[in-house]
Design a binder for this molecule. Structure first.
Ligand SMILES: CSC[C@@H](O)[C@@H](O)C(=O)COP(=O)(O)O
Ligand SMILES: [Zn+2]
Length: 510
């Protein structure tokens, strides 16, 4: 199910000479797909208790059987990506949506002609009602080019070539994500208003047809391209966006088993630049992952917990903190608690694997049923940190360094002093960071069979140590919290650093 912007639009429609309709204002509309639709494999958003779960008829999903290509019957509905042929335009990709005015995506015109409503990609949110014969399923750029040499010719001469490539890329991006998430991505107005890069937009506008009214926004998931492009252009002046697009396509076409070494030189150029951008440093980084992550990062904001939790877990895995499925993280966001799943490969988490609950523990969103996931066993401790310490994020790590330190230190607390990195640890009682000449005292609680059984001693430790931002679980790991994920992460790093030094000191009797 999709949570959409529900602002009503007062759209003013303008027909261009090719029959396209555009809006002068940004589009905000409701295009919801029923959550009990079994064909959707999406995050299950659990209905709010007091609200009716019934969708208005205008937005409920209705499936349309239509014969598009000779001899085939296709089902088209909201969220489907299609090719659309409109006037003299090259065939252009679009997405089936509701008309913001009539709230329907399907209608019959005179003589019972079936029409579908679409928005075109990379075309300033222009939209149109088209006859079925003008539309067919989109399955990627190569499909259409292979069977249509005339189109290749038309495009190579057209000044819309770059714009078309971007539209196709946008369509391919959306095609690779779940159908019921596509509209959210397509109409991501938050990005449009906040992250919009005017410089890169200017580049796009020069490519736009003069017959089309200009608007100044681009869908969020296209953001990654304009940001990368200038860098590439510096190194290779002939490297235009069409070539870039081509190379991105090459990347996506490659098998995940291919190593980077087998990429063409241009792809090699792209990969190292994408890697740091996406913070995907793992050795198994491959073309499929690259494309997948391009899509995912663009769908949601980079600091959204659904993006952050998998990203941080991947990082923590490489730090050796969440190996063997151990450890985890939870982030509070808009008063909702996002929690990693239990017993999974923590470095391979996906945005829709994350559980969301409220502060009372009531589920708000859960992963798709078929993923068969359960919430982290650490949830009771996470919640305890939120409630008792008003945390913004909690990290649980299984640091081997810390376990070593526990073995060297049988006391019920760890005392750390004389290290500069102490200054990165927050004194919760004083409401400030420690000075390097102060002593940090961290409680150690005994381990238990189940994580949930730690709650009582954890709570006691919080009471006894009001300054602490962490609790060590002996021979197990540690819980660290902060006002936000950055604070929790930074503190984890500082703790890990000082533990390492402490082990060295103890071993060497220093
Ligand atoms: C190696 S299993 C570790 C678990 O028992 C637990 O300690 C842990 O940290 C992870 O719990 P999880 O439920 O996977 O989030
Ligand atoms: Zn654990």
């Amino acid at each position: 199910m999709i949570k959409m912007n529900e602002k009503k639009s007062n759209d003013i429609l303008h027909k261009s000479r090719y029959g396209r309709e555009s809006t002068k204002k940004k589009i905000f509309e409701v295009n919801q797909i029923s959550s009990n639709d079994s064909s959707q494999s999406a995050i299950r958003v659990l209905p709010k208790r007091k609200r009716s779960n019934k969708l208005p008829p205008s937005v409920s999903r209705c499936i349309l059987n239509c014969s598009l290509r000779k001899g085939t019957t296709n089902e088209l509905s909201i969220g489907d990506i299609v090719w659309a042929k409109t006037g003299k335009y090259p065939i252009w990709p679009g997405i089936i949506t509701s008309d913001p005015e009539t709230k329907t995506f399907f209608k019959k015109e005179k003589k019972s002609i079936s029409m579908l409503h679409i928005y075109y990609f990379n075309d300033a949110y222009k939209r149109n009602w088209l006859r079925l014969k003008q539309i067919f399923h989109f399955s990627g750029k190569n499909d259409i080019l292979a069977g249509n040499p005339k189109l290749m010719k038309q495009l190579s001469r057209s000044k819309l070539k770059v714009k078309w490539s971007r539209a196709v890329q946008e369509a391919e991006c959306l095609l690779s994500i779940k159908k019921n998430e596509r509209l959210t991505a397509f109409f991501d107005t938050k990005f449009i208003s906040s992250n919009h890069d005017m410089k890169s937009e200017n580049n796009i506008q020069t490519e736009r047809s003069s017959t089309h009214p200009q608007t100044s926004f681009t869908p969020k998931y296209m953001n990654i391209i304009p940001k990368l492009q200038p860098k590439l252009e510096l190194e290779n002046s002939n490297y235009d966006s069409a070539t870039y697009q081509e190379n991105l396509t090459n990347i996506t076409e490659r098998s995940s088993t291919h190593s980077q070494a087998s990429f063409s030189p241009k792809c090699k150029n792209i990969i190292p630049k994408l890697k740091p951008k996406l913070e995907l440093e793992n050795s198994y980084y491959d073309s499929a992952t690259c494309q997948e992550n391009l899509t995912k990062i663009s769908i949601l904001q980079k600091d959204h917990p659904r993006i952050l939790i998998p990203e941080l877990c991947k990082l923590f895995f490489t730090n050796g903190w969440v190996t063997g499925t151990g450890g985890g993280i939870s982030i509070k966001y808009n008063n909702q608690i996002f929690i990693a799943p239990s017993g999974v490969q923590k470095e391979r988490m996906e945005p829709d694997d994350i559980f969301v609950q409220d502060m009372n523990g009531a589920d708000i969103e859960v992963p798709p049923y078929e993923k068969n996931l359960s919430k982290s066993q650490c949830t009771p401790i996470f919640m305890c940190s939120y409630i008792e310490r008003n945390a913004g994020a909690v990290i649980h790590i299984h640091s081997p360094e810390l376990v070593k330190l526990c073995l060297l230190n049988p006391e019920n607390e760890l005392r750390i002093s004389g290290l500069e990195m102490i200054k990165g640890i927050y004194n919760e009682e004083k409401g400030r960071f420690y000075d390097n000449d102060e002593e940090v005292i961290i409680p150690i609680i005994e381990n238990s069979k189940y994580e949930r059984d730690l709650v009582d001693t954890f709570q006691l430790a919080l009471m006894k140590y009001p300054s602490t931002s962490a609790v060590v679980v002996r021979n197990h790991g540690m819980y660290v919290w902060g006002s936000d994920w950055k604070s929790a992460k930074t503190q984890c790093e500082c703790y890990e650093y000082v533990f390492n030094i402490m082990v060295f000191k103890k071993i060497n009797n220093l």
